[in-house]
Ligand binder design. Structure first.
Ligand code: UDP
Ligand code: MG
Length: 153
């Protein structure tokens, strides 16, 4: 089953929104495979955001992501990468549609509460940066038979 990396960014943790944000993904039926709270080092922030190293917003982004703890999670489900990005909404909070996490809770450009991997390649790379293989848990949920049809598996 497909997996993706979720980060609840420092503003999400500081604003006390971590539980509600995780709940949005649980409500959608996505399964938690890994979860922790942690402080991101400058080195980890640089590796995670390496694709953006040449962008003008990169220095501020690294400062933001290392300024306070984040919640890191691995979520699992059919098409989870796409589903999670849709629930997050567009990058800028002021542009994101109401009903999405960013659209409902952020009115900012940089402080947009969540990160989600944008492709299977990014997901694999980013999960490897934040989690050891032994920290990810495989388990069955009895409700899965009502959340995942034969077409989804
Ligand atoms: N960001 C920013 N200014 C910009 C574009 C992005 O501060 O003009 C920040 C924002 O926090 C965003 C992150 O950099 O979430 C990574 O940007 P990306 O384009 O990958 O957006 P995402 O994948 O998070 O929607
Ligand atoms: Mg991105």
């Amino acid at each position: 089953m497909e997996r993706t990396l979720l980060l609840i960014k420092p503003d999400g943790v500081q604003r006390g929104l971590a539980g509600r944000i995780l709940g949005r993904f649980e409500d959608k039926g996505l399964k938690l495979a890994g979860l922790k709270i942690m402080r991101i080092s400058a080195d980890l922030a640089a590796r995670h955001y390496a694709p953006h190293v040449d962008k003008p917003f990169y220095p501020g982004l690294v400062r933001y992501m290392t300024s306070a703890p984040v919640v890191a999670a691995v979520l699992e489900g059919p098409r989870v990468i796409d589903t999670m990005r849709k629930l997050m909404g567009a990058t800028f909070g002021w542009k994101a549609e109401p009903g999405t996490i960013r659209g409902d809770f952020s009115n900012s450009t940089a402080y947009n509460l969540v990160h989600g991997s944008d492709s299977p390649e990014s997901a694999e790379r980013e999960i490897g940066l934040f989690f050891q293989p032994g920290e990810l848990v495989e388990y069955e949920r009895s409700l899965d038979s009502w959340l995942i049809s034969e077409d989804d598996a």
